[in-house]
Ligand binder design. Structure first.
Ligand code: IPM
Ligand code: MG
Length: 353
């Protein structure tokens, strides 16, 4: 098949990890007879430096003409002045909003090969395989706000409407139907009005899915359960803010933040694919970045935007084989143990493919 992919390398380790994921996609194209065209564009801090805008119009136009976006990471200390008018993160939030990518899928799996590398006891990790469905275009991230300016107060507002919760809840229940048929909805309904609406709406949507079990967990308790009984979760449905926090916590289960991919989807097959990690400016340019999260994001792109499930599985299997063979980037190497570069790790994945 023919597909056009907009690549947004972004900042820090972003360019290093996206370059490797593009190589993997090129290999998939060659092996399975597809024709992928890649368009690189500016977004984030690098876009601010070159154009003054975190999300230039040209980038949006390129993305609009694509089947999917592959993104590295955005942000860095040089753009973190709290009084700055433009911030790299606005580029990312702007894309999510522009394309109304309201459902963010973040699968978290514990890799047996990395069990020793997590701070949790190995027996707790046995069977960990969960999928976060994070609401991505509403809530605290997009509510009315007042910046601090020179004043002595500032605020952000959490607003959720019934349709906003409904559409993401449907994504979670449908995903659960293809998995272990269990949705855990996270909220703070004991305190927050928007979260009471969230719970009421999820309960209502659940009426359409009698084959899926639903339970509700308060977010504070959820942080605890994620480390005390992580294998008990199947699909975790959460608001924008809570999903952000909980998915970073859950990444520990996978051995490293560098392992985790994500897909951000709306109501069509168009999607944005990015690792959940940030730009890691402290290790940028040293070959220390773990490209796994981005390579697995490319696999999700194949699956969700291009409908190429066998190709996606092949990439996922290649990553698993690479880890099983003992290949380790710096973040997942044993203390004082040997590690290979971003590039060498990707070479191994390509070899397995
Ligand atoms: C994420 C990131 C972003 C978010 C930042 C970079 C704006 O943390 O994708 O989880 O908070 O959504
Ligand atoms: Mg985050």
């Amino acid at each position: 098949m023919k597909a056009t992919i907009t690549v947004l390398p972004g900042d820090g380790i972003g360019p290093e990890v996206t370059a490797q994921a593009v190589r993997v996609l090129e290999k998939v194209a060659a092996k399975y007879g597809h024709d992928f065209t890649f368009h690189e564009a500016l977004m984030g801090g690098i876009a601010i430096d070159k154009t003054g805008q975190p999300l230039p119009d040209e980038t949006l136009r390129s993305a609009e003409q694509s089947d999917a976006i592959l993104l590295g990471a955005v942000g860095g200390p040089q753009w973190s002045d709290p009084t700055a008018k433009v911030r790299p993160e606005q580029g990312l939030l702007g894309i999510r909003k522009h394309f109304e990518l309201f459902a963010n899928l973040r699968p978290v799996k514990a890799y047996p090969a990395l069990a020793q590398h997590t701070p949790l006891r190995a027996e707790l990790l046995d069977g960990v395989d969960m999928l976060f469905v994070r609401e991505l275009t509403g809530g605290l991230y997009f509510g009315p706000r007042q910046e601090q300016g020179d004043g002595d107060s500032a605020y952000d507002t959490e607003i959720y409407s019934v349709p906003e919760v409904e559409r993401v809840a449907h994504v979670a229940f449908r995903a659960a139907q293809g998995r272990r048929k269990q949705v855990t909805s996270v909220d703070k309904a004991n305190v927050l009005a928007a979260m009471r609406l969230w719970r009421r709406t999820v309960v209502k949507v659940h009426e359409d899915y009698s084959d899926v079990a639903l339970d509700h967990v308060l977010v504070d308790a959820c942080t605890m359960y994620l480390v005390t009984r992580p294998a008990s979760f199947d699909v975790i449905l959460a608001s924008n803010m809570f999903g952000d926090i909980l998915s970073d916590e859950a990444s520990v289960l996978a051995g490293s933040l560098g392992m985790l991919p994500s897909a951000s989807l709306g109501s069509s097959t168009f999607g944005l694919y990015e690792p959940i990690h940030g730009s890691a400016p402290d290790i940028a340019g040293q070959g220390k970045a773990n490209p796994t999260g981005t390579i697995l994001s490319a696999a999700m792109l194949l699956r969700y935007s291009l409908g190429l499930d066998a190709e996606a599985k092949a990439v996922e299997n290649a990553v698993e084989q690479t880890l099983a063979a003992g290949a380790r980037t710096a973040d997942i190497a044993p203390k004082g143990g040997a590690w290979i570069s971003t590039n060498e790790f990707a070479e191994t994945v390509l070899g397995c493919l």
